[in-house]
Design a protein around this ligand. Structure first.
Ligand code: FES
Length: 94
């Protein structure tokens, strides 16, 4: 998947049950920040690892350069500053 073919999807916050729509042109990190969900971040480019967030359900579309291919394949965490979702919803361990 590339930026040209990005689609919207939903993220659910596991601890609260809140669901947010992530628009095609906006990152999970930015969407959640606007909604008042705090996630630490630094590079916003998938490099530093600061925004690492656990994933409970859903299939991640990994786009970072931080996780190893093995770590990405586990599908239990992702980088919300740049990565997206292959499934219609990601449930985040937040
Ligand atoms: Fe650096 Fe997400 S903010 S990897």
């Amino acid at each position: 998947m590339s930026a040209e073919t990005d689609t919207s999807f939903e993220v659910e916050i596991a601890s609260t049950g809140q669901v947010f729509e992530i628009p095609a042109g906006q990152s999970v990190l930015h969407t959640l920040m606007f909604e008042g969900v705090d996630i630490p971040f630094a590079c916003e480019g998938g490099v530093c690892g600061t925004c690492l967030t656990g994933v409970k359900r859903g299939e991640v579309d990994h786009r970072d350069l931080y996780l190893t291919p093995d770590e990405q394949a586990k599908n239990d965490c992702f980088m919300p500053c740049c990565s997206r979702s292959k499934s219609t919803r990601l449930v985040l361990d937040l």
